[in-house]
Design a protein around this ligand. Structure first.
Ligand SMILES: [Zn+2]
Ligand SMILES: [Zn+2]
Length: 338
């Protein structure tokens, strides 16, 4: 059964970190971190609706220009979230170009940017192409980002019918965000059951699954065939298997402090897949502490303590290029507790 969300690292472990989360049925995608994104196709970048940036070190934010360039001719809203000061950073990047050719007749692209601070998503600022990207506060009620702090619950940066995205703030010498995408429910099709009900496979199934994921009641009916309707309750009893949705966590650039450990463990708890930085070998633990990064051993141990089902390490320091597997091996050993 195909997943709602397919994940893929943008680059190899020695290159800029970034995780593409491809939402297979929504024809859109979400990105964690915005470093070098040259490895993503223009089509993939064009499908991005939300980009969550951990912090504004270059290796996590230098891809802004490519993102902007590929969205410049596409109408729609592109939502960006980052740590405190992020909106200012976006304004500075947009402000560094000349936009004299943009006017009311230009493509209707709007960038919404917001800071995540003290556990909450702040008010969004809109940068509209038709206003030559001059910043404007978003009027109340103009979704998709909430205009006021109170709109989204603590810790959430995106509340979508199919999934949520959570954030926590870590200490990396500056605030650095870690993220987790949580599918609401996973709905799998049981072909034998479908056959017993005499129902065909088709696009109606996608709609039925979406309705179940978003909490629609069992008596809601869908129409697989003209003149034939069936309730979600019957489908759930006979042909669809409903299970908890997958959780994907992404953690980069964090010092190994007790507060960071607690925040990472809470975010990655029971994750189906944890993507986490392994910047240094544990023999270089002191350098890691100085640079406010995790070692591979610390990353693997966090994954084990969080009960993550799967671990992928990334963001290796180039000092280990001559032994490219050493960091992964050290992390995997700690994950397996050998
Ligand atoms: Zn950094
Ligand atoms: Zn980094």
């Amino acid at each position: 059964m195909s997943r709602l969300v397919e994940t893929r690292l943008v680059n190899g472990p020695f290159d800029d970190p970034g995780l593409l989360l491809d939402l297979r049925f929504g024809r859109r995608a979400v990105l964690f971190d915005l470093g070098d994104i040259a490895a993503l196709s223009p089509r993939e970048i064009g499908r991005l609706t939300h980009v969550f940036v951990s912090h504004r070190h270059m290796d996590h934010f230098a891809g802004f220009d490519r993102l902007l360039r590929l969205h410049l001719h596409r109408p729609g809203v592109l939502s960006l979230v980052g740590p405190p000061g992020f909106v200012e950073g976006v304004a500075a990047r947009l402000g560094s170009y000349s936009w004299n050719l943009l006017d009311e007749g230009s493509v209707d692209l709007v960038i919404h940017a917001a800071d995540f601070e003290a556990g909450r998503l702040g008010p969004a600022t809109a940068f509209a192409a038709r206003r030559a990207f001059r910043p404007a506060p978003i009027p109340p009620g103009a979704a998709p980002l909430p205009p006021r702090r109170s709109t989204l619950p603590l810790g959430l940066v995106l509340d979508d019918p199919d999934f949520t995205v959570e954030a926590v703030t870590l200490d990396h010498g500056l605030p650095c965000l870690a993220f987790a995408l949580q599918e609401r429910l996973r709905v799998n099709v049981w072909p034998e059951g479908l056959e017993r009900l005499g129902l065909p496979v088709g696009p109606w199934l996608t709609e039925a699954k979406r309705a179940i994921r978003s909490g629609t009641g069992d008596d809601h009916a869908v129409t697989p065939l003209p003149g034939r309707s069936v309730s979600l309750g019957v489908l759930k009893a006979e042909a669809l298997r409903v299970a908890p949705g997958q959780r994907v966590a992404y953690v980069v650039d964090a010092a190994c402090t007790p507060a960071n450990e607690a925040a990472i463990l809470a975010l990655a708890k029971g994750a189906d897949h944890l993507f986490i930085e392994a910047a240094f070998l544990d023999e270089d633990r002191e350098i890691a502490a100085e640079r406010r990064h995790l070692t591979a051993q610390q990353a693997g141990s966090l994954a084990r303590r969080a009960d993550a089902k799967r671990l992928t390490v990334l963001h290796h320091s180039p000092r280990y290029l001559d032994r490219p597997d050493a960091l992964r091996r050290e992390a995997e050993a700690a994950f397996a507790d050998t």
